[in-house]
Design a protein around this ligand. Structure first.
Ligand SMILES: [Zn+2]
Ligand SMILES: [Zn+2]
Length: 109
């Protein structure tokens, strides 16, 4: 969960972050060690399940704006992991360091 403004994500990172939301919820609810996996991600500041629904919807909206198909609503009412764990400023500089396309979008935005 980058949680940066969706418009600065390149297409790959937009679709990737969106897919990870579905994977995360699937893992927590269905994987035998899902809660331990989620706790690990939370400890690294990668997820905040209290934001997972809203963030998913934000990403889905941006995908639709770009003309990508989105037919996968996401609901989560499981246990909380990573409340307040995400450092958006840190994620933003990390992402822009890693990805030229995101950096280009961010400088235009
Ligand atoms: Zn979705
Ligand atoms: Zn990118």
């Amino acid at each position: 969960m980058w949680c940066v403004p969706p418009e600065i994500l390149c297409d790959d990172h937009l679709r990737g972050e969106h897919a990870e939301h579905h994977q995360l919820v699937g893992t927590i609810l269905n994987h035998p060690h899902g809660e331990a996996i989620a706790a690990g991600h939370a400890e690294e500041g990668n997820i905040d399940t209290t934001r997972v629904e809203d963030r998913h919807d934000e990403l889905a909206e941006e995908m639709e704006r770009r003309g990508f198909d989105h037919e996968s609503p996401l609901e989560y009412d499981g246990p909380t992991f990573g409340l307040g764990a995400i450092d958006v400023d840190h994620n933003r500089s990390d992402l822009l360091n890693r990805c030229n396309k995101c950096r280009e979008r961010a400088t235009k935005a």
